[in-house]
Design a binder for this molecule. Structure first.
Ligand SMILES: Nc1ncnc2c1ncn2[C@@H]1O[C@H](COP(=O)(O)OP(=O)(O)O)[C@@H](O)[C@H]1O
Ligand SMILES: N[C@@H](CC(=O)OP(=O)(O)O)C(=O)O
Length: 455
């Protein structure tokens, strides 16, 4: 059996949901359907999840909620009306939203999570109602009922191992399961959401639990491309890639799949296929454990902004036993995770995601590192991007770094940081955000221009 996940663009309108129904009807193996909240109907549109975040903010600020609430209800009403569903499903959705808004808002994280999750929860109820209305044997299943339990804190949730045993029962249901993505519950019954884009994680967990033969991730592009098609024109299509390659690429910018969505499927040896709801006959991109070697050393190049650098300089740093531990202890106490730590002899840089910082925390970290570690120079910069070259063929490929450095030289872009993963399937460059598009296109030309194939 197969698990299928349909992202926001695939369930954004009645027309899209009809395509979803056809895709499920086309293959009896498609038994578990994970859905996101309605996404953008066109580039200028707003995702329901973002409408819900506005609604939660208004409620917490004590502002009027009628308009933001109506904006959400209108989205579902438009879809339900066009699908020929009656007033009942809209009354259910309105009642659900009202109940969530009236809940205790003492813990803001929990309150916001519950409101955000309404997007997927009501999308799944509506789609199950539509499937039933056209004669499909389908039902909505709530993550709590199914046993999808996670740890804390919100947004960085990961499924508890015991969940997999309980969720396995979904594979034996006679009817098609329509399951909301993006959120789950703690054992004590509190709702937690995954990160933004987290419905991909739900699909992966269910695919692993059900020991699916395939996890199909339906989106709005035919496949995974060698670079972001919004930045590089007509990028090369990728037919096959490994879990490891996709993990590295989705970590830094390949938004087509959430980077935490690979591990559950990988651990259960479930292959993935990235496919297009708008072109379901396209073969898509298979993500597997091992793939045939390709003529190109580099499989893909991704770029992602939103990184900061904590620079620490101290004379004779390399001679001070425990300096690194003390620095990381400070970051741990400030609840900050980090991505890379390139270092020199008397200095090091900690690369981290900027969303973890605010002005007060930045100031506190600088003061603590300066005073507690007697550092000579401590500063933070927030305008960094990461560019990642990824490919199983990069291993032992001599001269690859030189070719990448030559591309940087041609574009006059400064390399602020360079780091080769110990796995040798990725090469990470830290650059200023303003240089992202320029160097991404130049690196793409270097490694994917037709004349250079196989070098
Ligand atoms: N390397 C890539 N290959 C394919 N799509 C990519 C890539 N990098 C970024 N994207 C973007 O990811 C988008 C699909 O992800 P997302 O917007 O989350 O869709 P969904 O609503 O299906 O979750 C595509 O429209 C594309 O613009
Ligand atoms: N709707 C949630 C979860 C999600 O995964 O959405 P999408 O499948 O559209 O990326 C979000 O916007 O983050």
């Amino acid at each position: 059996m197969k698990v299928c996940k349909f992202g926001g663009t695939s369930v954004a309108s009645a027309q899209q949901i009809k395509k979803v129904a056809s895709i499920i009807q086309a293959d009896p193996a498609r038994r578990i359907v994970v859905v996101s909240a309605p996404g953008k109907r066109h580039s200028g549109d707003v995702k329901v999840t973002d409408l819900l975040i506005r609604l939660a903010s208004a409620a917490l600020m004590g502002d009027a909620i009628q308009q933001p609430l109506q904006a959400v209800i209108d989205r579902y009403t438009e879809i339900a009306d066009e699908l020929g569903l009656g007033q009942e499903i809209i009354d259910i959705i309105r009642g659900d939203l009202t109940e969530r808004l009236r809940a205790d808002s003492g813990q803001h994280d929990l309150y916001i999570d519950s409101i955000k999750a309404a997007g997927e929860d009501n999308s799944a109820k509506l789609i199950a109602a539509y499937f039933t209305s056209i004669g499909m044997q389908a039902d909505y299943v709530n993550p709590h009922t199914a046993g999808l339990f996670v740890n804390n804190p919100p947004e960085r949730a990961q499924a508890l191992s015991e969940s997999y045993g309980q969720l396995a029962a979904l594979a034996d249901k006679p009817s098609i399961t329509v399951f909301p993505g993006f959120f789950a519950y703690t054992k004590s019954g509190m709702l937690r959401t995954f990160d933004r884009g987290g419905s991909d994680i739900t699909g992966s967990i269910l695919a692993a639990a059900a020991k699916a033969e395939l996890y199909e991730n339906f989106t709005d592009v035919d496949c995974v491309f060698a670079a972001n098609p919004q930045v590089v024109d007509n990028p090369v299509e990728i037919e096959q890639m490994t879990y490891r390659e996709m993990r590295e690429l989705s970590y830094a910018g390949f938004a087509v799949l959430h980077d935490e969505a690979l591990m559950p499927a990988y651990r259960a040896s479930v292959p993935l296929c990235i496919r297009n709801t708008n072109n379901p006959s396209a073969p898509g991109t298979m993500i597997v454990a091992e793939r045939a070697s390709s003529p190109r050393p580099v499989t893909g190049i991704s770029a992602d902004s939103g990184f900061s650098t904590l620079y620490v300089g101290k004379y004779l740093m390399n001679r001070e036993v425990g300096f690194g531990r003390k620095l990381l202890q400070i970051l741990e106490e400030e609840e900050i995770s980090y991505e890379h730590i390139p270092s020199g002899i008397d200095n090091l840089s900690v690369i981290l995601r900027s969303h973890q910082l605010d002005d007060a925390k930045e100031q506190r970290i600088i003061e603590r590192v300066t005073n507690e570690l007697q550092a000579d120079d401590v500063h933070i910069r927030n305008d960094f991007s990461m560019i990642v070259l990824v490919g199983e063929g990069m291993h032992n490929n001599k001269g690859l770094t030189a070719r990448a450095a030559a591309a940087f030289a041609r574009t006059d872009v400064n390399i602020e940081m360079i780091n080769q993963g110990s796995s040798e399937v990725s090469l990470v460059f830290g650059i200023l955000k303003e240089d992202e598009g320029k160097i991404l296109n130049e690196l793409y030309k270097e490694f994917f221009a037709p004349a250079l194939v196989g070098q």
